[in-house]
Design a protein around this ligand. Structure first.
Ligand code: UVW
Length: 329
């Protein structure tokens, strides 16, 4: 187990502050150049589309952690309202526009349904924005942590990265097949940088500047089997942050809840890789991505690279965003 002195030494090595200017809020997404975007699009050969998002619904992986809940989906207008609106709306509703609309229901075949969703932005398939995690009172690029208030993140909010798309070359690293695991990686064996090198070599794929890496651990497949979103698992060891930095990776996503291992590899810290990636490197983390079908296809055709399209929602000042990423081969 490493200590905080070692953590701070690594943090200094991987820190990208100032690399793209003092005002930068994009971090490693800067590595996705127009050439990179065009090259990624050229990876589409068969028109095979893989949706990597999970359901946004009440059966999601949240619940065990009190500060997050599964999405709550509510109908605000449904078929049952049509008769009520036609019969009572024109008199009962105290708003002229609503009255007019209700009157419309009485003598017009048009009907509509509306709904809303209430959810933590971190509940299901998502990007962590750079403002999601910090330490020593500073965010990525030295922005003050106090700039995230109840009004939202003034700096490094998810809306700041919208201009990047986000689309680039995606590369899947399949730890489940590499370890010859049944469905998922058993807990207690963090994925090391050396093992990432082994997987890259075994798959015959390259990883390079501007790529987004997808780490297949099988966690999502197990969740679909057991419905338990809180079980321990093996994820990336905190030292993988340095491995990502050396290769100029643009972002990393996994099929589990935190990308990194459930057990911190640094004494006295929680989620050291989050701190290094989000705060020091400016590298976004994707969580709860469903990589099961994509991993099966990659194993079948031996092609582990694809065009990845994963734009966040432009939620102003948000520290994360739900997404429905797609991979196209
Ligand atoms: C925290 O970092 C607290 O959560 P997440 O795993 O959603 O990034």
């Amino acid at each position: 187990m490493a200590n905080l002195t070692e953590f701070h030494r690594v943090a200094e090595q991987v820190r990208n502050w100032g690399r793209w200017g003092a005002a930068d809020e994009l971090g490693t997404l800067n590595l996705i150049t127009p050439e990179k975007v065009a090259a990624a699009a050229a990876l589409v050969r068969h028109g095979k589309v893989f949706s990597l998002g999970i359901d946004f619904g009440s059966a999601g992986p949240q619940g065990a952690f009190q500060f997050r809940s599964n999405p709550v989906h509510v109908m605000t207008v449904d078929g049952g309202d049509a008769r009520t609106l036609a019969e009572y709306g024109p008199k009962w509703l105290r708003n002229s526009v609503a009255q007019e609309l209700s009157a419309f229901f009485a003598d017009n075949p048009f009907r509509f349904n509306d709904d809303l969703i209430i959810m933590p932005l971190q509940a299901a398939t998502q990007w962590d924005a750079l403002s999601h995690v910090y330490y020593d009172e500073q965010l990525y690029n030295g922005f003050p942590a106090s700039s995230v208030t109840s009004l939202g993140a003034v700096h490094c909010g998810i809306d700041k990265v919208d201009g990047k798309g986000i689309t680039t070359r995606g590369v899947l690293l399949d730890l489940v097949r590499h370890r010859k695991a049944d469905t998922y990686l058993a807990a207690g064996q963090p994925i090391t940088p050396e093992e990432l090198d082994e997987v890259v070599a075994a798959q015959g794929v390259t990883v390079g500047s501007g790529d987004i890496l997808l780490i297949h651990t099988g966690w999502m497949a197990r969740f679909h089997e057991t419905g338990d979103g809180a079980e321990a698992y093996s994820g990336l060891d905190w030292r993988c942050a340095q491995w990502l930095h050396e290769r100029d990776i643009a972002a990393v996503a996994a099929d589990n809840l935190m990308v990194e291992d459930t057990v911190s590899g640094v004494e006295g810290t929680f989620l050291p890789m989050h701190m290094l990636c989000l705060r020091d490197m400016g590298l976004m983390l994707g969580e709860y991505w469903d990589l099961t079908a994509l991993a099966a296809d990659c194993a079948a055709d031996g092609v582990y690279e694809f065009q990845l399209i994963a734009p966040p929602l432009r939620v102003v000042g948000a520290v994360g965003s739900p997404i429905n990423p797609i991979a196209i081969k």
